[in-house]
Write a protein that binds this ligand. Structure first.
Ligand code: EPU
Length: 339
């Protein structure tokens, strides 16, 4: 099938912040051949390429003078089983949460803690998505990507991907790899991760003593729905900042002043701080300037009440960064890709 091209096309429906920026050229691709065709077309027209999945980790601060290539490839399959382990593969354009539900419906455990995360399968490895004690690196089996420099396909195993907290080789080498399909090693017998307090509490409150992966998924959906705004109702890109790693000495100094500082041991003389706590303490939770704001229930999430521009949201983020740095001597790193 040949490509459907759209000139000067609004990206509003294609980014969860709901920013009305325009793409110079837009196309949705559904196969490897279409990906190659789109890349060739961009080269021919001298346009850079911006690859979009669900647009859920993206802040557009201006029109995009590029070919915006939206990954729309679909397909879910079980590749094989060995003992308890089941290898599944999903095409990059598959929406993440329905994929998680599909694995649960097949009786497969491993992705339940990652329920209800917006975005697509192909974007998930970019920032090693994680929630409630699990990151995709914990269940990752491999992926196939296209090298945009050479046009060759390459297989990546776990070690190749350099996964770290909200980070990967693909994020480090932004613009080089186009992820086509991802494989996960799931299990017939669940090894649940319930160490995150609120998940355990919710299951207990429901009287569930020996939860199934689907029970955990439902509990996590409920927790997320309470705290995190639904992008369909209120534009946002999830956590706007990473939880910062700081030296133990700084965390101790801060704790001397703020007994309720939220922190997690991170090894090697470092401590991870809850950015949401820092931002809330600095007084920004629920703040609103025009249509750009800080969510009233989760200070880590910036929201678009309607017509905020990306530039306005970025300016708000920078004000928060400066204020948190001044008050706590902590630098907050922005999490989504800022274009
Ligand atoms: N907190 C506050 N005020 C706030 C928000 C949080 O004091 O406004 C405190 C909470 O009380 C809690 C701590 O900060 O003690 C942690 O909060 P929460 O459990 O909500 O998690 P988070 O650290 O804010 C991270 C991820 C989320 C993920 C949750 C659960 C990052 C940047 N964010 O948020 O991921 O869902 O943990 O695992 O690591 C995302 O990346 O988009 C995302 C939503």
């Amino acid at each position: 099938m040949s490509l459907q091209l759209h000139e000067r096309y609004s990206l509003k429906p294609f980014n969860t912040f709901g920013i009305d920026a325009q793409a110079r050229l837009f196309t949705e691709v559904s196969s490897d051949d279409q990906v190659r065709e789109a890349l060739a077309l961009a080269a021919q027209r001298g346009l850079p390429v911006l690859v979009l999945g669900g647009g859920s980790n993206l802040l557009l601060t201006r029109d995009v003078e590029a070919l915006v290539l939206r990954m729309g490839s679909r397909g879910l399959r079980i590749l094989g089983e060995e003992g308890d382990q089941v290898l599944v593969e999903a095409e990059a354009g598959e929406p993440w949460h329905p994929f998680v539900q599909w694995t649960l419906a097949q009786g497969l455990a491993g992705l339940e803690n990652l329920s209800l995360i917006p975005g697509t399968v192909g974007a998930a490895p970019m920032q090693n998505i994680g929630a409630y004690g699990v990151e995709i690196k914990d269940v990752f089996a491999g992926l196939t990507a296209l090298d945009r420099q050479t046009g060759a396909l390459r297989e990546f195993n776990l070690a190749d991907c350099a996964f770290a907290y909200r980070d990967s080789l693909f994020k480090q080498q932004a613009g080089r790899w186009l992820i086509l399909r991802v494989r996960f090693a799931l299990r017939r017998t669940a090894q649940l991760h319930l160490e995150y307090g609120p998940v355990r509490q919710r299951l207990q409150a429901q009287g569930i003593d020996s939860p199934t992966p689907s029970d955990v998924s439902r509990a996590i959906c409920a927790i997320r729905s309470e705290k995190l705004p639904d992008p369909a109702e209120l534009g946002n890109a999830g956590s706007f900042f990473k939880n910062p790693l700081v030296p133990v000495a700084l965390a101790e100094r801060l704790r001397a002043e703020h007994a309720d500082l939220v922190s997690y041991a991170a090894g090697e003389g470092q401590v991870k701080l809850a950015a949401g706590w820092l931002i809330e303490r600095a007084g920004w939770k629920g703040f609103r300037d025009g249509d750009a704001g800080v969510h009233r229930l989760q200070a880590l999430v910036l929201v678009n009440y309607g017509d905020a521009s990306g530039a306005q949201l970025l300016q708000l983020a920078q004000r928060i960064q400066a204020d948190v740095a001044a008050r706590f001597s902590v630098h907050l790193e922005i999490e989504p890709n800022v274009i």
